[in-house]
Ligand binder design. Sequence first.
Ligand SMILES: [Mg+2]
Length: 455
Amino acid sequence: MSARVLVVDDIEQNRRLLNDKLRNEYFHVIMAVDGEDAIDKALAEEPDVILMDVMMPKLNGIDACRKLKNDPRTEHIPIVLVTALHEREDRLRGLGAGADDFLTKPVNDLHLLSRVRALTKYKMVADELRKREASGKRMGAVDLAGSGRASDPARILVIDENERQAKRICRYLEGLHQPISHVEANQLGISGSMVDVMIVSLSNEKLDGLRLCAYFRSLESTRDLPILVVAEPDDEKKAVRALDLGASDIVIKPIDSEELLARVKTQVRKKRYLDALRARLDQSMELAVTDQLTGLHNRRYMRVQLESLMKRSNMGGDPVSVLLCDIDHFKKVNDIHGHAAGDDVLREFGRRLRENIRPTDLACRYGGEEFVVIMPDTNQELAQAAGERLRQIIGADPFPINRGDDLKVTMSGGVSTIIAPDDTIDALMKRADDALYRAKSGGRNRIDVETADAF
Ligand SMILES: [Mg+2]
């Protein structure tokens, strides 16, 4: 699918010009006539990139940019400010307001297309992460606290063979950030995966900037690392090539210190936004497979694991056994000692299971006071012995409840083992459940195994 670009300009002729250029490259173009219109269209049309004029009636481009970047519904959409050559102050203010990039009028075709492409790529990574978030959870503002705020100092690796220029770049960044030249980094053993941003000169001879861009993009650990390239003013082709190879942004020589700082800030903010999304995604994936009270795997995860073990076992692999455990008289614990005590018992039960099974076994909370231990590569006899051992560990020491009290707890268990080649999870669990029922009716605090006729 081609990217959707929102073009914002108060002058029709400018809009038409950008529209034609973008449509020629198969972008889908949406248009807005001022800042307010831009915000409405951004919310309604969810574009992938916004090209924003600065001087506009009603709401100007910089204020519109700030509003969009402060709204969790639109903060992830990259914005390119389109300014006149003499509007240097506007450019810096725009980057300060959260703009991701800028273009100068008259807009150069190559710059336009490379920037739109580079930003679209970033947006797609962010979209992918946002989409993968656990379903049903509404996407709110991304909390950057865990990954550092955009204003926190960034570690910046400067790769420039021209020593004087490398020193100058480091000097510009010092105070706000922690720059390090590649010579120093080499001596200290610091690699690309350990920094927040990389600045690469395209004038390098040995450390070819273009090759470095391609190389760092191809490595898993530096795939999303922002790379800022420093280009000669007369080497536009190389700069565009760098963007195509994955560079995040360009600084043209002579380097303007304020512009450099603003561009670094934008890159750091983007990286931290992606990091925060990733961290939250990891957390929500963990929530989806973990039982909150006991920290054991949940029933859903258990089924997924059992499914793949069963497939292997049914195809002639090693036997797999399950132990279905149930805490004896658990209802009484809740009735007599309260639900907080009930939770204490469940937590402690989960802890003892977890700490007394083999690393290859999986302990899961099956629901209520029922737990399941999956034992790969384990026949019925071994599984029964393991169940017996767990039963003794549960009954040996009383459980601490309600901060100070003790309670004697016992468990009953049923064991079943996969019978190749046509066993199913439901049949396996049913046999374990039948065995558990016999353990219960046989007096509790005991382990029973499935009987041959149960199958
Ligand atoms: Mg205008």
